[in-house]
Structure formats: C-alpha cells, structure tokens
Ligand binder design. Structure first.
Ligand SMILES: CC(C)(COP(=O)(O)OP(=O)(O)OC[C@H]1O[C@@H](n2cnc3c(N)ncnc32)[C@H](O)[C@@H]1OP(=O)(O)O)[C@@H](O)C(=O)NCCC(=O)NCCS
Length: 146
C-alpha cells in the first residue's frame, strides 16, 4: 500500500538499523552498539514502508530531558516524509515525560536542521569540532515546548 508506519523498534530490527547507519554516517554505530543502547531509557523507533525498514530514530530520556541520539532514513527513501513521521511519533509518545529535548547536528547538515526547525527546535549554541570524519562543529538545538 506504500504507507509509512512507525513502531517501537525491537532487537529484531537491529540489523536494519545498522544498515541505515552505514548508509547515512561516516562513523556509523555498529550492530553491537545499537543493541547495547536499546535499554529502558533509550527509545528506538523504526519507519517501515510496507514491511521494509527505511528509517529509525533513537532518543534517550532521563529526568525529564530527552536527547536525540540519531535520526536517519535510507538515502533512496528520503523526502517521502519518513523522518518527519518518526520525529512526530517519538515526540507525541514521550512528550508527557519530557520538559525539553536536545540534540547535536553538523552545522552543514541543512536537511536535518530544516527537519528539526520544522518541529520547533532552536539553535542554542555550537560545540566546536564535535564531529570527526570530517572534523566539524555541532549546532546544539533544543525544543522546550510541546
Ligand atoms: C535528515 C533526514 C533524517 C530527513 O529525513 P527525510 O525522511 O528525508 O525527511 P522528510 O521527508 O520527513 O522531510 C521533513 C522535513 O525535513 C526537511 N528536509 C528534509 N530533507 C531536506 C532537504 N534535502 N533539504 C531541505 N530540507 C529538507 C524539510 O523541512 C522537510 O519538510 P518538507 O517536506 O515539508 O519540506 C535524512 O535527510 C537523513 O537520513 N539524513 C542523513 C542522516 C542525518 O544526517 N541525520 C541527522 C543526524 S543529526
């Protein structure tokens, strides 16, 4: 039916999440790192197009703070609304337990910055040379109201 659906990820999704990481980042998380970070405080969501996992998001929550660890969509399925749907689902699911959400993003990553701004995230500062491969500053973004 070509419909994008969002669900909570399970350990069965780890391989697909690792594939999306590899296709999206210069220093991708390994399968093990993803599996180990799937704990009670870190929520993973996956986007499926029909049965195919095309995107995912990780967000950890502690004492009212949410921290987005990653959001990514397979390159060939970008601009179909999956990134937006995952973020929307995560925020709606967790908003009652959160006072704010923060994240870092490469300063050159215009698509991701546009996505976050669409959800009301604001630039609150820069972390110098936060990233490697290539070295780059991170923009710190936060969302304080839901
Ligand atoms: C950022 C990312 C997750 C967006 O996923 P996506 O499924 O393509 O995004 P969507 O189709 O849901 O787009 C939602 C909004 O994001 C913004 N956006 C997404 N891609 C964009 C692009 N290439 N250029 C400008 N804005 C873009 C737009 O505001 C868009 O809304 P619109 O369609 O009404 O214009 C995807 O580009 C990606 O996986 N990038 C590589 C991984 C990454 O950098 N993740 C962020 C790490 S901090």
């Amino acid at each position: 039916m070509n419909e994008i659906t969002i669900t909570t990820a399970t350990p069965d999704d780890v391989l697909d999440i690792a594939k999306i990481e590899k296709a999206s980042f210069s220093t991708p998380w390994s399968e093990n790192a993803i599996r180990e970070s799937m704990d009670a405080k870190t929520h993973f969501y996956v986007a499926r197009l029909d049965s195919l996992v095309i995107g995912y998001m990780g967000i950890s929550t502690i004492c009212g703070e949410g921290y987005v660890t990653n959001v990514a969509v397979l390159p060939e399925y970008r601009r179909l609304g999956a990134g937006q749907k995952i973020l929307e689902h995560a925020i709606n699911t967790l908003k009652d337990e959160l006072e704010f959400i923060s994240l870092e993003v490469r300063v050159s990553n215009a698509p991701a910055i546009a996505l976050y701004e669409k959800f009301g995230f604001q630039n609150v500062g820069i972390r110098k040379r936060f990233y490697t491969h290539p070295d780059e500053d991170a923009m710190i973004m936060t969302k304080n109201s839901f």
